[in-house]
Each structure stands twice: as structure tokens, then as C-alpha cells.
Design a protein around this ligand. Structure first.
Ligand code: CAA
Length: 249
């Protein structure tokens, strides 16, 4: 059987790389979607490093906030792989943290566009081929901060909570056609996004995590590979929390 095609948005980033590698190890033909501010050389260098480490991963440029750019990204994926997307991991996301009383419209809009509108653009482009094929996996990366809220993240918590509604609605629409739609909610995972939180705030957050540490990107990657698996077809509309016990729902 030819390999199934997996596209990971934000695939060259902190979580993305671990997700790409886990899917690669599970036998998928993996494409890392990237934006990198249009820095194609950076993406090529990332790809070269993966190759040196034993991972054959394609890269495809796309700005997930822009519908036309997303369409171009999907076209690139189809050209590179000769197939349509079987597994879409909506992973691309940003933070623009700040207290709401000081938050600008730009801080709100950028986060909603990158974390939530992106889900519409990308999923809309892959869902019909998945339905026609009778197989698909849409895996959306949310956050513990969607479930519990977070001081300084009205924008991010709102966007990430929106992902849950989207997931549960779409899951119902496509369930009978072999397409599953799920959410994964990471807690604080040691990536550049968490590393940029001020050191003393990091320590305060870490002290509230029952497992006593931040998570690793690999701990997220393996969960994505599990949901993407051929045999995970009965899991849909669900949310998997991976947060070291920070929030239990
Ligand atoms: N709860 C209650 N009060 C808090 C608080 C909290 N969690 N955090 C800070 N405060 C208080 C402070 O003690 C301070 O009080 P005083 O004025 O009385 O001293 C006041 O709020 C202002 O706090 P700061 O000095 O921190 O304000 P700031 O404007 O410099 O920074 C902030 C605000 C940028 C939001 C900063 O607090 C921060 O970075 N917080 C962490 C946000 C966070 O967790 N982001 C997650 C990023 S990682 C991610 O998002 C991935 C994922 O999915 C988990």
C-alpha cells in the first residue's frame, strides 16, 4: 500500500518537528507546512537537518492566515507526494500574551487568525478529498489554556477554546465517511513558545504542575501518531489532554 500523506502545519517549529518525526516513524509520507516569515532557506536548512538525522520530510510554504496561500500550500503537497492529504495536523499557532486591559486589536486579531481562522482555511481544503476517499484524520492542537483560561491570554484561550467547538461539530458531519476529527490539548511543553515566558513566571507555572516538570515535544508527537493511526477510527470528537495533571476535566 502506498504511504498515507500527513501534513503538519507549523511543522518546522517546536512541537511540529516532533509531530513530523513521530508520523514519519509511523510510516507516513510527511510534509511540514512552514511560514517562517517567508524564509525558505531556513526551511530548507531544517529539512536538510532532518535528512541528516534520518527523517525524509518534505516542506511546503503556506501562510495559514491567508486562504490563497493555504490553497497554494495544499497544491505543493499534492505535487510533492502525488496524493491528497490523508492526515492534517493543524498545529501552527502563535501567542501575543498581555493583560486584556492593555491588549490591542492587533494582538487579538493576529492570534485569532493564526490559531483559529487557520483551521477553517486548511481543513476546508482537505476535507472533500478525505470524504471522497473514505479516510481522513484531522487533528487540531488546542491547549490546556483553552480549558482553564490563563492570565494574560484572553486572545489565545479564546482561539484555542474555539478549536474544541469546531472539532466536535465537524466530527459529527464526517464520522460516517471514515474521517475522524480530534483535539489534542498540550499543557506547558518545553518549546520556544514556552521558553519566551519570563524565567520567574516559568518557575511559578512549573510549581503548579503535579508531574513537576514541563512536557517534551515527543510526548505530544506520540499522541498525534496514535490518533492518526489506521486503527484509531473509533476515536472522534474527543480531546486528549497532555498536561502533566495541570488541569483535569
Ligand atoms: N494570576 C493572578 N495575578 C497574576 C498572575 C496570575 N497568573 N500573573 C501575574 N499576576 C499579577 C502580577 O502579580 C502583577 O500584580 P501586581 O501589579 O500587583 O504586581 C500583575 O498581575 C501584572 O503581572 P505582570 O507583571 O506579569 O504583567 P506584565 O504586563 O509584565 O506581563 C504577561 C503580563 C505577559 C501576561 C505575563 O504575566 C506572562 O507572561 N504570563 C504568562 C502567560 C502564559 O502562561 N502564557 C503561556 C504561553 S505558552 C502557551 O501558550 C502554550 C500553551 O498552550 C500552554
Amino acid at each position: 500500500m502506498t504511504k498515507r500523506v500527513a501534513l503538519v502545519t507549523g511543522g518546522t517549529g517546536g512541537l511540529g518537528e516532533a509531530i513530523c518525526r513521530a508520523l514519519h516513524d509511523s510510516g507516513f509520507r510527511v510534509v511540514a507546512g512552514y511560514n517562517s516569515g517567508g524564509n525558505h532557506e531556513k526551511a530548507k536548512a531544517w529539512q536538510e537537518q532532518q535528512r541528516k538525522d534520518g527523517y525524509e520530510i518534505e516542506v511546503a510554504y503556506g501562510d495559514v492566515t491567508n486562504a490563497e496561500s493555504c490553497a497554494q500550500c495544499i497544491k505543493t503537497v499534492e505535487e510533492l507526494t502525488g496524493g491528497t492529504v490523508d492526515v492534517l495536523v493543524n498545529n501552527a499557532g502563535i501567542t501575543r500574551d498581555g493583560m486584556f486591559k492593555k491588549m490591542s486589536w492587533e494582538q487579538w486579531d493576529e492570534v485569532l487568525s493564526a490559531n483559529l481562522d487557520s483551521m477553517f482555511h486548511m481543513t476546508r481544503l482537505v476535507i472533500n478529498p478525505m470524504l471522497e476517499k473514505g479516510f481522513g484524520r484531522v487533528i487540531n492542537i488546542s491547549s490546556v489554556n483553552a480549558q482553564k483560561g490563563q492570565f494574560g491570554q484572553c486572545n489565545y484561550s479564546a482561539a484555542k477554546a474555539g478549536i474544541h467547538g469546531f472539532t466536535k461539530a465537524l466530527a459529527q458531519e464526517v464520522a460516517s465517511k471514515g474521517v475522524t476529527v480530534n483535539t489534542v490539548s498540550p499543557g506547558y511543553i518545553m518549546t520556544p513558545m514556552v521558553a519566551k515566558i519570563a524565567e520567574e513566571i516559568q518557575q511559578k507555572i512549573c510549581a503548579t504542575i503535579p508531574v513537576g516538570r514541563f512536557g517534551t515535544p515527543e510526548e505530544i508527537g506520540r499522541t498525534i501518531a496514535f490518533l492518526a493511526d489506521e486503527n484509531s477510527g473509533y476515536i472522534t470528537g474527543s480531546d486528549l489532554s497532555i498536561n502533566g495533571g495541570l488541569h483535569m476535566s
